[in-house]
Structure formats: structure tokens, C-alpha cells
Design a protein around this ligand. Structure first.
Ligand code: M6R
Length: 615
């Protein structure tokens, strides 16, 4: 995915776009570029590298005047990250300039057709094909830019959020979306374009989120006119009041967004409970569940589809749904599910979990499930995201913006929401008693306070990170509810420190991974008192007798594991089913500190992007 930003109005566009690119950099950071209209001509600068590299280049290269401009921060799909493949891209005449987030799948035949008409391409990108297609249509049919964009988009297959303007008519920006997000901020005689609202939050609270297959012409004195790309019907703009605040998208004194987001978890989980978990009244109120209670109670099974960290949250949910509500659950990688002709019936419920709500594989899995008649429930963080809109019902996690590429608060808020769902259904089905239900509610409600305590392990985790930061491999072991946490801990380490790590169910170790154990391979073991404790103690002994080093996550007051382990990190006691919300905290901190000590870019790890809107 990429970040796009644009401005048209009465202010200098450059500082707005540059700041916007920095805020959108979580979406892609292998190259960046800006095109500004200075009143006479387009000034364009782009470069491989980060937005700060672009800023330096611009200072040497172009003037930054003008109140119309577009900018882009890229996560490469077509063509390696280099200066030429960076966006914006000119059309052959130099009149049109475009930025694009997404993929044009049929760009090859379109490119050949345009080449046969004399068009020359300088980059390897699909985007340069699109801008020339628009130019060809515009010139041939002698029509306005908006119409040409519309005709061109009817010829392309793929996904896009685009913004394009014409040097010869510099009073408008044309934007469109299909499968990639696009917001238009509405100011007083000024408009902001962006992949999300963060670039313009200090200028306006009013925004239009384009829906799929919509395009808009944004003109300074005439406002925003929206149409459906395919049938040309006019769409009445729906202006939304934003709930986003500036402090939510700033680091707030932390060195990295990841650390800020790890520390925000108590607050984020309280937000996910607000108005839903009412322990004094012994109630869980979730309208998405309540309104569809019959469906949930009659469901043959629940299928969970997700990717990455959200998939790990799905695994935790599998345990809790089966344990509490006695509903059979299967958890699927969305990327496999979508392509393997799964058996889905109208009596299945599909729960799609996604922080961003934009993950292409998860979206495709939802569409497949819906086409087979299943009821699809979304658990998303980003309000108004594609998945939130595509699903039949859902529950937001209310984690607030997660900017660090490594998911942290998204994971724990997803588990919080899914736990509330499982408890609500368990109560409705009568698989737990009312007194058990009450106890679960009180315990779940206490989790944010307990996370605050778990966060106090930061100093000891940092010392442990210092000892093991140069290890080349790590093993993570957990059982039951904490097996998914072992997977998640390993993923966190891999993605931000580039150290190889594997997560395993602890008992599986003897079926293979034990061969890896020696004095060079640290093992992180989740050994809480309520989760198969004796068995985990045996697993630890097996590792110790092969000279392996153990970092154990233990319950406060633990004795046996502490005696065996080389390092122990204590977390407060809780019910086994809620323990992932606590055990994951030291693992997040461990990966964070190791990555920082190794000098890695924690918030923007190589090759990754915050949400994966391509296959
Ligand atoms: O936005 P989503 O939750 O759908 O994203 C799914 C994965 O791409 C995401 O969880 C990814 O694995 C994270 N980088 C993990 O930290």
C-alpha cells in the first residue's frame, strides 16, 4: 500500500503535503514524491528513500510555492523502489500528473496499446500507464479531465485510490477509489485529499470518505462533486465529523509509535469496553451481536478469517469461543481461504478480524463468504474502512490510530472485543452460569489495570534484551491460550528486529524443534500458573538439559519455573482465558528493545507496510 495526499485551496500546499506524507509514511516508505503547481507550471521532485530524504532533495531542487499539489509515499508493487518508479508520474505531454495507491492488474495490454500509439514509458509502474491512458482518452475525445478519468477507470482492472490534476486547468483535482481508501477533508474554500484523515486533522473536522467505485472532482470554488465510476450516477456527499484528535497521531514524548502504542494498551482496552462491558449490571452490550443473536445461536460453526497478528487474535478467539460458548470455530488465513474453495454454508458465521480494515486478502475472503450466503461479522479498528463496510455487522475495537507497523494495541483490543462476544454468547446459550458470567466480567474489567502492572516489567525486559540481542534464532513456546501468544511474540521479533524466531505449541517441541536447542538458541516460554503449568515445567526441563537458555513469562509469586529459568518476567495473575492480554506485553517489549538495540527502524521495518492492500 502507499500513502497519498493532496491539497487545493488558498494556503501554501507544500507544508501541508509534506507533513501529511510524514503522517502517512506508515503506509509505505521506500520512496516518496511531490508535485506542486506554482501558478505557471508543475514542479515535481521524487526520490527513493524516506519522506525526510525527499524533504532534503526538494530543498535543493525545486521551489515550493503554490496552493495546489499532490504527494505520495510508496510501498513498491510494480517496479523496484527507485527515483524513476516513485510517484507522482507525468503523462507524456507533461500536462497531467498522478499519484496512485493500488495495482492496475491489466496494465500490460493497456501499455502495449498505448505504446502502439506512440506513448513512451520511463518507469516500470502500472501508474504511468494509467496517467497516459487518461491523457489519451482526454485528447482523443476532447473531454474534461474528470470524464477522461472515469472512462479510463472503466477500462482498468485492479485497485486504486488516485489523485490527478492537469497543468492546463489548475483549479481542480480529480480523485477516485476502488479498494484503497481515500478521504476528502472539507475546509473553507480549501480541500485536502488523503489516504486517511491524519494529514488534515488540524485544518478540518469534516471529511467525506469516498466509497468504492466513486470518483470526485474537487474544485476550489465549486466544492466536491461525486459520481459512480461505472454508471455515472450522481452521489450526494455524506460529510462525516471526524473523531480523530491530533495527539492520537503524534508520538507524545515516546521515541517510537510502537512504544507509545504498547503503553496505550490499558487505555485502548478500556475504550474497547466502554458502554459494552457493564459488570455492575452483569451485562455485555454489543449491538452487532444483539441484533443478530438468533444467527449466532443457530450457527453451525464460526469461521474466523484474518492475516498476521489479527490471525493470532483469531486463534485466541477460537479457544475462548469453544471454551465458553461451545461453538465450533475454525481459524483460517484469509489468503488461503479465499483461494481454496472452502465449504461455507448459510448456517456459518464468518468473523473477519482486521486492524486496518483494508487487508486485501481478508476483504476477498469476506466477499467469498458472502457470495456463499454466510453472515459476516467484522472486528475492525479503522472506522469506515472497507472491511467495516463490507461486513453484515460488526464491532469496532476502538484502539485509536495504530501507526507502528508492528501491531500491539490492535492485538489486545481485538482479543478484548472477541472475549466480550464469547462471553455474551456463552451467557445467551447458557453454557456458563450467571455467577460465572459475573466473575468473568469483573476479571475482564480488571485487565487494563493488570496490563499497567505488566508494563512495569519494562526495565527487566530491557536487561534481558541486552543479553540476547545478538542471538540469531529464538524459539517461543506456549500452550493452550498462550500458544497463539507464542506465535505473536515470534512474529513481533521477526518483523522489527529481523531475527529469525519460531512460535510453537510447547508440547510440539519434542516433535522436531528440540533438535535446534543448544546454548545459542534462547527460548521464550509462557509459563503462567493456570495454563498447563506442570507440563510447561517439564518442557523447560527438557530445554535446560540441552543447554538452552530460558526466558520465562510467569505469574507473580511463581517459584518452580523461576528456579529453572535463566530469566523470569512476572505478570499479574488472571484467568487462563484472559492471560494472553497480559503475557503478550513483555513479548512486545522484548522485541521492541532488541530492535532498538540493534538500531533497526522500529516503526517502519524493511519491506513491510502497515496494511497490505495487495495480494
Ligand atoms: O490490518 P490487518 O489487521 O488486517 O493486518 C493484518 C496483518 O498484515 C498485520 O497484522 C501484520 O501481520 C502486522 N504487521 C503484524 O504486526
Amino acid at each position: 500500500m502507499c500513502g497519498i495526499v493532496g491539497y487545493i485551496g488558498h494556503r501554501e500546499a507544500y507544508p501541508i503535503i509534506m507533513k501529511g506524507l510524514k503522517r502517512l509514511e506508515y503506509r509505505g516508505y521506500d520512496s516518496a514524491g511531490i508535485a506542486l503547481f506554482d501558478g505557471k507550471d508543475i514542479k515535481l521532485s521524487k526520490t527513493k528513500g524516506k519522506v525526510e530524504d525527499l524533504e532534503k532533495k526538494i530543498a535543493e531542487e525545486i521551489s515550493t510555492q503554490g496552493s495546489l499539489g499532490i504527494g505520495h509515499t510508496r510501498w513498491a508493487t510494480h517496479g523496484v523502489p527507485n527515483d524513476v518508479n516513485s510517484h507522482p508520474h507525468y503523462s507524456n505531454s507533461g500536462n497531467l500528473v498522478i499519484i496512485h495507491n493500488g495495482i492496475i492488474e491489466n496494465y500490460e495490454p493497456l501499455k502495449q496499446e498505448l505504446e502502439s500509439r506512440g506513448y513512451v514509458f520511463t518507469s516500470d509502474t502500472d501508474t504511468e500507464v494509467l496517467v497516459n491512458l487518461i491523457e489519451e482518452i482526454k485528447n482523443n475525445e476532447d473531454i474534461k479531465l474528470g470524464k477522461a478519468v472515469q472512462i479510463a477507470l472503466n477500462q482498468v482492472v485492479g485497485a486504486y485510490a488516485i489523485a490527478v490534476f492537469d497543468r492546463t486547468k489548475p483549479n481542480e483535482i480529480v480523485v477516485a477509489r476502488l479498494g484503497s481508501p481515500l478521504a476528502i477533508g472539507i475546509g473553507e474554500d480549501e480541500f485536502f485529499i488523503a489516504s486517511d484523515a491524519s494529514p488534515f486533522i488540524e485544518y478540518t473536522n469534516n471529511a467525506i470518505y469516498l466509497k468504492d467505485e466513486e470518483m470526485a472532482v474537487v474544485r476550489v470554488n465549486r466544492g466536491v462533486s461525486i459520481r459512480k465510476i461505472h454508471d455515472d450516477s450522481i452521489v450526494n456527499p455524506y460529510i462525516q465529523e471526524l473523531q480523530l484528535h491530533l495527539e492520537q497521531i503524534e508520538k507524545g514524548g515516546y521515541d517510537h509509535f510502537m512504544l507509545k502504542e504498547i503503553n496505550e494498551q490499558p487505555h485502548a482496552i478500556r475504550d474497547s469496553f466502554r458502554g459494552r462491558l457493564l459488570s455492575n449490571q452483569a451485562i455485555i452490550k454489543m449491538s452487532g451481536v444483539e441484533d443478530n443473536m438468533k444467527k449466532f445461536l443457530n450457527a453451525d460453526r464460526i469461521l474466523i478469517v484474518a492475516c498476521g497478528t489479527s490471525w493470532h487474535a483469531g486463534l485466541v478467539a477460537e479457544y475462548i469461543f469453544e471454551d465458553m460458548a461451545r461453538i465450533p470455530v475454525e481459524v483460517e488465513y484469509a489468503s488461503e481461504f479465499r483461494y481454496r474453495n472452502p465449504v461455507i454454508t448459510e448456517d456459518d458465521i464468518v468473523i473477519a478480524i482486521s486492524q486496518s480494515g483494508e487487508t486485501a486478502d481478508t476483504l476477498a475472503a469476506i466477499k467469498l463468504a458472502k457470495s456463499r450466503g454466510a453472515f459476516v461479522f467484522g472486528v475492525c479498528n479503522v472506522v469506515g474502512s472497507s472491511i467495516a463496510r463490507e461486513t453484515d455487522a460488526g464491532a469496532y475495537t476502538h484502539a485509536g490510530p495504530e501507526i507502528g507497523v508492528a501491531s500491539t494495541k490492535a492485538f489486545t483490543t481485538q482479543i478484548s472485543v472477541l472475549s466480550m462476544m464469547a462471553l455474551r454468547l456463552a451467557r445467551a446459550k447458557g453454557t456458563i452460569t450467571s455467577s460465572e458470567f459475573r466473575q468473568y466480567l469483573y476479571e475482564l474489567e480488571s485487565i487494563p489495570d493488570k496490563i499497567e502492572v505488566a508494563l512495569e516489567s519494562d526495565a527487566i525486559v530491557k536487561q534481558i534484551a541486552e543479553v540476547y540481542k545478538d542471538a540469531k534464532n529464538f524459539l517461543y513456546l506456549g500452550r493452550g491460550y498462550n500458544f497463539p501468544v507464542a506465535l505473536e511474540g515470534a512474529l513481533k521479533l521477526k518483523e522489527i528486529s529481523y531475527i529469525h524466531a519460531e512460535g510453537y505449541p510447547a508440547a510440539e517441541m519434542k516433535h522436531g524443534p528440540i533438535a535446534l536447542i543448544d546454548e545459542h538458541m534462547p527460548t521464550v516460554v509462557i509459563a503462567t500458573r493456570k495454563g498447563h503449568y506442570e507440563k510447561i515445567v517439564s518442557n523447560i526441563q527438557e530445554i535446560k538439559s540441552r543447554k538452552g537458555y530460558i526466558i520465562a513469562i510467569v505469574t507473580k509469586g511463581d517459584v518452580s519455573v523461576k528456579e529453572l529459568a535463566d530469566h523470569a518476567i512476572e505478570i499479574p495473575e488472571t484467568f487462563d482465558c484472559f492471560s494472553p492480554l497480559l503475557t503478550t506485553i513483555p513479548l512486545q517489549l522484548l522485541s521492541y528493545h532488541i530492535a532498538v538495540m540493534l538500531g533497526k527502524n522500529v516503526d517502519q521495518p524493511r519491506n513491510l507496510a502497515k496494511s497490505v492492500t495487495v495480494e
